[in-house]
Ligand binder design. Structure first.
Ligand SMILES: [Zn+2]
Length: 94
């Protein structure tokens, strides 16, 4: 979950990466032709622009989903004693 499609600017291969990583200054290799793709907010390349726009959208949706989950009332009375370790991996990236 939380991944976006990226199209290689050289070989046009389509692959996926985590939306949380796809931010300004990120770079990664194409798994097909091994060219290094650079992701910058001011990139002029349409493939890079599209991938970054999609990543922003996915991150926004994830933040909103997380906010909804936190705001939703949970059945604490019955389950609170067995859920002690549930917050540990919540907000690492982004
Ligand atoms: Zn490639």
């Amino acid at each position: 979950m939380g991944s976006v499609q990226i199209q290689c600017t050289r070989c046009k291969n389509v692959f996926r990466d985590r939306a949380a990583r796809l931010q300004d200054g990120y770079s990664r290799q194409c798994p097909s032709c091994e060219v290094v793709l650079f992701f910058a907010e001011d990139s002029q390349h349409p493939f890079v622009k599209r991938a970054m726009r999609n990543a922003r959208k996915v991150r926004k949706e994830q933040r909103e989903a997380e906010a909804v989950r936190r705001a939703a009332p949970e059945p604490r009375l019955a389950q609170s004693r067995s859920f002690t370790g549930r917050t540990q991996s919540a907000e690492r990236e982004d």
